[in-house]
Design a protein around this ligand. Structure first.
Ligand code: HEM
Length: 341
């Protein structure tokens, strides 16, 4: 991404698209052991088709509320989802076949190889076949790509709207990393202001705005009686902007975390970008590292400017509601390379 942005230097670039591509590449390399081209999945491309699936899954389906309408599929949601599921199925079958063919010659294993080893061992106490492998892979793809990319895009948007925060972050990066090289993963633990910026970005823009739970038994929470089997919606967006907890909640103020022990790993209930409990995001350390590293690299390598004639206050923060709430309009910037190497 850095090289591609360097080549685009001085031109207006669609940063949302670049970050989404990087996130898809990182995720595919991690899960499948290699990057896949957009067209390997479908002519709509990786990002396009994943977004369509996530959007459809978040669309209220009349058939869920009035079962007799489910048969008619008035909104066409079931038909479209079935069509998408065929595309994903074909893609994942191809990947599993490729891994099956090269299993014996491989030195290092990726996630698919590991799951195939488990499947072939026959030692699991539960059913584990190709269908389970495909379900896990799709879960990982959907859960990893959009969340990480969206977090980065929202935080860069806020940095562009608050140039003094951007400057302060760049200064920290200059002091810790210098201008002679790029950021390394090992630098991250020394970047305290970056940590606050990421937390504040995730607080203000809850990438997953709502999660759900089902009560396993009758219980009382904060005086409210909840019956067994009730579906509970947890509104992370509202919690993270609650004025009773967060002073000036609508403002982007990374400094609010100075001297604060509030963390984003599910322990502090006022800030739950990865949710909490047994069903919280299983990839919290990975998600945090990927977001911090992508953000640090972008801000360290480039002065990101707004397209000509645009002021920080003109930059919109319109949201596109979905399972993952991304920016409604793509973030366009002019990157100017700033390292000496
Ligand atoms: C900034 C990045 C990320 C954020 C904000 C995020 C957030 C979340 C949230 C809120 C949930 C729902 C948990 C619940 O219902 O309580 C979730 C689930 C999940 N996440 Fe993440 N996530 C991120 C990155 C990742 C990455 C990189 C991966 C995998 C490589 C991943 C894998 C998963 C999986 C597999 C689930 C489903 C867990 C289940 O079904 O119980 N996430 N994530």
């Amino acid at each position: 991404m850095i090289n591609s942005l360097k080549n685009d230097g001085g031109c207006v670039v669609d940063l949302s698209a670049k970050v989404a591509k990087l996130s898809a590449d990182i995720t595919c390399s991690m899960i499948f052991g290699k990057k896949y081209m957009d067209e390997d999945l479908d002519k709509r491309g990786f990002k396009g088709i994943l977004q369509e699936a996530v959007h459809l899954a978040a669309t209220p389906n009349l058939g869920d509320f009035f079962p007799f309408l489910g048969v008619i599929d008035l909104q066409g949601i079931t038909r479209k989802l079935k069509e998408l599921s065929k595309v994903f199925d074909g893609f994942l079958e191809k990947i599993i076949d490729e891994h099956e063919q090269s299993r014996d010659q491989k030195q290092s294993k990726d996630l698919v190889d590991t799951m195939l080893d488990i499947m072939h061992s026959g030692e699991t106490e539960f059913q584990f076949d190709r269908t389970n492998i495909k379900a896990i892979l799709i879960d990982m793809l959907v859960a990893a790509i959009d969340t990480s990319a969206t977090s980065v895009v929202w935080t860069v948007t806020e940095l562009l709207r608050h140039p003094h925060v951007m400057k302060k972050l760049q200064k920290e990066l200059e002091e810790v990393v210098g201008l002679e090289r790029m950021v390394k993963e090992s630098d991250l633990e020394k970047l305290n202001y970056l940590d606050m910026v990421v937390k504040e970005g995730m607080r203000l823009h809850s990438v997953v705005p709502v999660t759900q739970r089902e009560a396993m038994e009758d219980c009382v929470v904060d005086g409210y009686h909840i019956r067994k089997g009730s579906r509970i919606m947890i509104n992370h967006y509202a919690i993270q902007r609650d004025p009773n907890v967060w002073p000036e909640p609508e403002k982007f103020l990374p400094e609010r975390f100075v001297g604060s022990s509030i963390d984003i790993r599910g322990r502090d209930f006022e800030l739950l970008p990865f949710s909490s409990g047994r069903r919280s995001c299983p990839a919290i350390p990975l998600g945090i590292t990927v977001v911090r590293l992508m953000l640090a690299q972008l801000v360290h390598c480039f002065d990101l400017e707004l397209p000509k004639g645009m002021q920080p206050c003109d930059l919109d923060v319109d949201e596109h509601f979905g399972i993952v709430t991304c920016k409604e309009n793509h973030l366009m910037v002019v990157p100017k390379y700033r390292l000496n190497q």
